[in-house]
Design a protein. Structure first.
Length: 428
């Protein structure tokens, strides 16, 4: 069995335990290798069952018994994959802070190189020195913050949402805040080094609201959007109007996709337009480092419209799962009949599989409540996936413990959200 083999491999110790095919959880290599092996074993087992092989003789004679046995075996293997995946994600986050620190100082190095190249012929100026000093100060602050949050990914820790995914709204808000902080530090450094009253007065005038109102407006809106989105998502989850499933670890693709990994129009347009405006503001700062970058109102308004579109998309996404109908499952050759205990029923509807819950361990958490009996939805493997459960159709047996008569059917999804109840009649 995959579970027993994986546990035996995880319990191995002694000389060379962390070499080659180590699958223990005591080192990063072991965590990664253990996760890969668990995934490979699960996929092999699923394909074996999908082709009709691997069934023991004790259950092969009964379709319902073999289906339940296969589902239980796949559930155990999927739970092991999920456990190893969570461990791999935590280990990955613990290693990430060093990479984020390297990215920060790499950006400082790129700025230094750009300053040196552009100074050829034009000469070195106070503004170039101020830019480098501001970059070093921002880099030191980010490195210190990343070290304090080294167990949660370093610099990206504040950008990770409660579902363990990178938040688009937080990432863009943080980008604009860092840019404004950098711009103000550049002005502050130039002000500290200014030798004449006229120069100091000109630098202070560069902070006038009339010149920086566009950037200030954009920063205020994107920060407000980040706060509002967090509140909206939290209230919708608590109100069971939005289904959220936790990810194993944050990924860069989260900035452009929804929870299921598909590209999201609202996220993409928000990121692209904000990035273009941020590049424009950076160029303006490079051209005029003695003042806040004056972002044109046309570009600022474009960012505001993009932010409003993103917020509207957050209000529109999701929805509660719903049962539309419940019917008796009929195989070829069966006679039409009422629902009896032991029969399979098809539950038709929408939203049974939340975004991000397509993995086997999440599918195995789905439950159908038939009267007072809770029935776990069996996993039915096919080549490359599962035919049951799906987002719009579930097939479950009616247990013998269900009392004949009129009973209600409800589905509880992997996100813990309940559907509307639908009444069915169960006969003896």
């Amino acid at each position: 069995m995959a579970v027993q083999e994986a546990r035996q491999g995880a319990g191995g110790s002694g000389p060379g335990a962390h070499e080659g095919g180590c699958t223990c959880g005591d080192c990063p290599h072991g965590v990664r290798e253990g996760h890969r092996r668990a995934v490979a074993e699960f996929l092999a087992k699923r394909e074996e069952f999908a082709s009709g092989r691997g069934l023991p003789a004790a259950v092969a004679h009964s379709a319902s018994a073999s289906r339940q046995w296969v589902s239980d075996e796949l559930t155990q293997s999927a739970d092991l994959v999920a456990e190893r995946g969570r461990a791999d994600g935590e280990a990955w986050l613990g290693r990430l802070w060093r990479h984020t620190a390297a990215w920060v100082w790499g950006a400082v190095g790129v700025l230094l190189l750009a300053q040196a190249l552009t100074a050829i012929g034009a000469g070195w100026t106070l503004a170039r020195t101020a830019g480098l000093v501001a970059a070093v100060l921002v880099g030191a602050a980010l490195t210190g913050a990343g070290y304090l949050h080294r167990a949660r990914g370093g610099v990206i820790a504040p950008l990770v949402g409660e579902d363990n995914r990178l938040s688009t709204s937080r990432a863009l808000a943080a980008s604009w805040v860092l840019f404004v902080v950098y711009a103000v530090l550049v002005l502050a450094t130039e002000l500290a080094a200014a030798s004449t009253h006229d120069k100091r007065d000109a630098l202070i005038a560069g902070l006038d609201l009339a010149r920086g109102v566009g950037v200030v407006s954009v920063v205020a809106v994107v920060c407000g959007i980040a706060v509002v989105v967090r509140r909206v998502v939290g209230l919708r989850v608590l109100g069971q109007r939005l289904q959220k499933v936790r990810a194993d670890r944050p990924r860069a693709a989260d900035l452009l996709t929804d929870d299921s990994g598909r590209g999201s129009f609202t996220d993409i347009q928000y990121v692209v337009i904000s990035a273009v405006a941020l590049v424009f503001a950076a160029v303006r700062l490079a051209r005029r480092p003695d003042r806040l970058p004056d972002l044109p109102w046309g570009l600022a308004l474009l960012v505001l419209v993009s932010a409003a579109t993103y917020l509207a998309g957050k209000y529109a996404e999701g929805g509660r799962p719903v049962i539309l109908s419940v019917v008796r499952a009929r195989e070829a050759g069966d006679l039409d009949a009422p629902i009896r205990t032991g029969d399979d029923i098809e539950i038709r509807g929408a939203g049974f599989v939340p975004p991000g819950a397509q993995r086997a361990d999440r599918l195995a958490r789905m439950v159908v409540r038939i009267g007072a009996v809770h029935v776990h939805v069996p996993l039915v493997p096919v080549a490359g996936g599962f035919s049951n459960p799906t987002d719009s159709l579930l097939t479950v047996p009616v247990p013998a413990d269900v009392e004949p008569g009129r009973v209600e059917v409800q589905v509880v999804t992997a996100a813990g959200v309940e559907t509307n109840p639908v009444a069915i009649d169960v006969t003896e």
